[in-house]
Each structure stands twice: as structure tokens, then as C-alpha cells.
Ligand binder design. Structure first.
Ligand code: NAD
Ligand code: TDX
Length: 343
């Protein structure tokens, strides 16, 4: 089997590539990534020499590039993770999100349909999405697969649009698609613009910790390798045309989470208890900031037997320790040197 993974040099994509390359030596894994600011080949150093792994630098929006790859490798499946992924960037530049997340996804769908059109049996187009498409919850309730879409940021609107296109290609053209919508991921190799690595790095450097608004917004955090394991299950066992919600059952108000990270970092860095909490600074809120996301993951648990494996205490500590141990990765990312690379 030859599988195209898009966005494999990013945060979640690199964990998915590693899992598939190691677990399925009989598969050929082709990673297509444009290496935007979020793509970093250092995330894949430990698998880049594997016989069953191939990296292709390219943009999912370019029809000729994607077609040439389908021609060359005759893909059996696509796992599509490439995207613009940061909400704050989508507020600054919405169009980039339309271009990659919507147009890029539709381009991939078109090429897959063109190549698999007459014989889609045994093929699979797996689209990775987010819980943010469902909008914002109040203090109670959970997102299920039946929750109506209500995206409220340019990022979530672009992901919602791409989800709709993927389902439309299933219903209209019979393309064998499957989708999943996941909650916030955390773990090694996350770009330090996102909450957890940003806070860990600022604590390390004794810089202010910018909490938006009053820090009451709530997210459901999932260990990234647990997401990768869910993707493996859904790719192999998910039903065509179906959607699966994936979540950590691990809700945190932002302020509580930042305080927890401060305490873990104080412990790991040998600082006096409570020292890093002094760095917390309340800043202007994100425009349109969704109050709460929380996933009901009972469908994937019931139908595919998936469960998160790592509890938050262990996951947050491992993540903090990873950033402390990998200062060179962080230095390269923060200085921009990771973009001066030979591909
Ligand atoms: P990321 O920003 O870390 O990585 C995105 C990757 O896509 C990068 O390697 C980048 O170079 C690549 N890319 C971007 N534009 C491209 C293009 N036009 N052509 C080819 N490659 C391109 O993202 P992430 O956090 O790993 O998220 C991966 C996917 O999972 C996204 O689709 C995102 O919407 C979804 N998701 C993320 C989370 C989360 O918490 N991070 C949660 C749920 C779903
Ligand atoms: O400096 C910050 N201060 C702060 O209070 C940052 C960067 C964030 N926040 C808040 C905003 C959110 O309530 O923390 C929460 C998490 O923020 P992000 O890490 O930016 O994640 P979020 O906006 O929830 O979106 C993430 O989860 C779903 C990913 O970026 C998406 O790609 C994914 O789909």
C-alpha cells in the first residue's frame, strides 16, 4: 500500500508519519509538505532514512504537482493534514486559510477523483479536521458528530468549508472519504505560537505569559500520539462517508492550565514553588474568542475501541520536559534557522 500524507512535516503530521513508517514497514509513506513556517523536517529526523519513507516538497494547491505524484506513486490512500492551523493568523490573514484549507483540499479531492474515479474500491481519502467547526459551547454539553456546524473564526470557517467539500465528493462522486474532528492537541514538536509550547517557552525564558481575556475559555486537550493512534484506526477501520469525533475528555480553563504549566515548570527547573505564576499577564482578548470546546468521543470508543492513553498530569510533564530537553529545536524555530534547510 502507498499512502500520501499531506502536512507530514507539521506538528500532528510528523507524529502520524512516524507511527505509519514504523508500524507498517510494508507500506510506502509519501509525505507531501510545502514547508511553510509550520513545517520542519527536524520533526522527522528519526525516520527520514527509513526505506519506506519518501519526502516530497510541494504545495497541495498545485494541480500539476499533486497529479504528478499520483501518477508516480499510484496512491492507495490519502491522509490529509496539510493546513494553515493557527486561529490568530487566520484573523490577521483570512485569505491564506481559504487558499490552503479550502482550495488546497478541493484540489486534492479533484486529483484523487480523477485517478481513482472508475475504481475507488479499496481506496481511501481521509480528511483531518477540528472540533472548532462546531462553534462554541456554553458551560455545559459536548460536540457530537450530529452537532450542526457553526464556525466562528476564519480558521474554523475554512476547515468547515473543506469538510463540506469532502462530504460533497462522497455523496456526488462516490469518492471513498472518511473524516475526523479532533480537539486541541499537545505534545512534542508543536510550533511555539500555540498556547502550551508558547507558555512553556516563555516560562523557561522568564517572559510574560499572555493569557487572553480573563483566561476562562476552555479547551479539551489531547496527547498528540493518541490522536495519531486514532487516525491509524480510522484510516484502516473507519466506515466510508462517516465522521468520528476525537477528544481527550480533558477540559481545562486556560488560566488553570497556564497555572498548572507554571507549577510543573517550577518543579522541573528547580524554581521556588509559585515563582513562574508571577509571569502571568492578562492581555486583550482574541476577537470572537470561542468560550468552550468539548468533544463527546463515544462513537470512536464504541465502534473502533479507541481511548486516550495518557493522563494530563503525565502528558503535560512529558511535554514540558521535551521542550526543556530540546532547546536546539526551539532555538532553530525561534530564530527561523529551521527554514534555511537542505531538502
Ligand atoms: P501545523 O500548522 O503544525 O502543520 C501544518 C503542516 O502543513 C506544515 O508542515 C505545513 O508546512 C504544511 N502545509 C501548510 N500549507 C501547505 C500547503 N499549501 N501545501 C502543502 N503543505 C502545506 O498543523 P497541525 O497542528 O499539525 O494540524 C494538522 C491538521 O490537523 C490541520 O488540518 C489542522 O486543522 C488539524 N487539527 C489540528 C489540531 C491541533 O490542535 N493542532 C486539532 C484538530 C485538528
Ligand atoms: O498566547 C495565547 N494566549 C491565550 O490565552 C494563545 C496563543 C492562546 N490563548 C488561548 C486561546 C485559546 O482559548 O488559549 C487557547 C488555545 O489557543 P491555541 O493554542 O491558539 O488553540 P485554539 O485556538 O484552541 O486552536 C487549536 O485547537 C484546534 C489549534 O490551533 C487548531 O489548529 C485546532 O484545530
Amino acid at each position: 500500500m502507498t499512502i500520501l500524507i499531506t502536512g507530514g512535516a507539521g506538528f500532528i503530521g510528523s507524529h502520524v508519519v512516524r507511527l505509519f513508517v514504523r508500524k507498517y514497514p510494508q507500506y510506502r509513506i509519501v509525505n507531501l509538505d510545502a514547508l511553510t513556517y509550520a513545517g520542519n523536517l527536524a520533526n522527522l529526523r528519526d525516520v527520514e532514512q527509513a526505506d519506506n519513507y519518501i519526502f516530497e516538497r510541494g504545495d497541495i494547491r498545485q494541480q500539476d504537482i499533486v497529479s504528478a505524484l499520483f501518477q508516480q506513486y499510484n496512491f492507495d490512500g490519502v491522509i490529509h493534514l496539510a493546513a494553515e492551523s493557527h486561529v490568530d493568523r487566520s484573523i490577521a490573514n483570512p485569505l491564506a486559510f481559504v487558499e490552503t484549507n479550502v482550495l488546497g483540499t478541493v484540489n486534492l479531492l479533484n486529483v484523487a477523483r480523477q485517478f481513482w474515479g472508475n475504481e475507488p474500491a479499496g481506496k481511501r481519502f481521509y480528511h483531518i479536521s477540528t472540533d472548532e467547526v462546531y462553534g462554541s459551547l456554553g458551560e455545559e454539553g459536548f460536540f457530537t458528530e450530529e452537532t450542526p456546524y457553526d464556525p466562528r473564526s476564519p480558521y474554523s470557517a475554512s476547515k468547515a468549508s473543506s469538510d463540506h467539500f469532502v462530504r460533497a465528493y462522497f455523496h456526488t462522486f462516490g469518492l471513498p472519504v472518511v473524516l475526523s474532528n479532533c480537539s486541541n492537541n499537545y505534545g512534542p514538536c508543536q510550533f511555539p505560537e500555540k498556547l502550551i509550547p508558547l507558555m512553556i517557552n516563555n516560562i523557561r525564558e522568564n517572559k510574560p505569559l499572555p493569557v487572553y481575556g480573563e483566561g476562562k475559555n476552555t479547551r479539551d486537550w489531547l496527547w498528540v500520539a493518541d490522536h495519531a493512534a486514532a487516525i491509524d484506526l480510522i484510516f484502516h477501520q473507519g466506515k466510508a462517508g462517516e465522521t468520528y469525533n476525537i477528544g481527550g475528555n480533558n477540559e481545562w480553563k486556560n488560566l488553570d492550565l497556564v497555572e498548572k504549566l507554571c507549577d510543573i515548570m517550577d518543579d522541573l527547573l528547580g524554581r521556588p514553588a509559585g515563582a513562574s505564576r508571577q509571569l502571568i499577564t492578562f492581555v486583550k482578548d482574541r476577537p470572537g474568542h470561542d468560550l468552550r470546546y468539548a468533544i463527546d468521543a463515544s462513537k470512536i470508543r464504541r465502534e473502533l475501541g479507541w481511548e486516550p492513553t495518557i493522563q494530563f498530569e503525565e502528558g503535560f510533564r512529558q511535554t514540558a520536559q521535551w521542550y526543556i530537553d530540546n532547546t536546539e529545536w526551539l532555538k532553530q524555530v525561534l530564530s527561523g534557522d529551521y527554514q534555511k534547510r537542505d531538502v
